[in-house]
Design a protein around this ligand. Structure first.
Ligand SMILES: [Zn+2]
Ligand SMILES: [Zn+2]
Length: 146
């Protein structure tokens, strides 16, 4: 999404167009990985000196509402933002917090149907597989980590 499209989208929603929003969006657009709010803050610190973490969170929440990022919440309490917004699933390491995309066909229609039947208005469903990544399995097995 270009700056112009984001500008139009923000105005359409009655949101102000700020340099913080434009710079953070540009940064996220170039990422191919999942990022914590702290990593986003570090990534824009040079361009946006003095930006505080709560501002980063607020902006990420706005971007989530606009469909520009997805929030991935894992069991381990790590929350990351995913610039990839097409449906996909995740592997989450409970030891080091690593989060990887998982490409797997998952049939969630039945799950969503039951949610609807339970009176729930679903917004999003995905699979998070939690466990240990390859590196953490190696170190758990007593081998030294690289
Ligand atoms: Zn790990
Ligand atoms: Zn992802």
């Amino acid at each position: 999404m270009t700056d112009e499209v984001l500008t139009d989208l923000l105005r359409e929603r009655g949101q102000r167009v700020t340099s913080q929003r434009l710079v953070m969006h540009r940064f996220l657009r170039d990422q191919r990985t999942h990022l914590t709010a702290e990593q986003v803050l570090a990534g824009v610190a040079d361009a946006l000196p003095g930006t505080a973490l709560p501002t980063v969170y607020a902006t990420l929440e706005l971007f989530e509402e606009l469909g520009l990022v997805r929030r991935v919440q894992t069991g381990g309490g790590t929350m990351v933002f995913d610039p990839r917004t097409d449906p996909h699933h995740h592997l989450a390491c409970r030891r080091c917090g690593a989060i990887e995309d998982l490409e797997a066909p998952v049939e969630l229609a039945g799950v969503l149907r039951r949610a609807r039947r339970a009176g729930f208005a679903s917004e999003h469903a995905e699979v998070v597989v939690s466990g240990l990544c390859a590196d953490c399995q190696r170190s758990a097995a007593g081998h030294t980590i690289r």
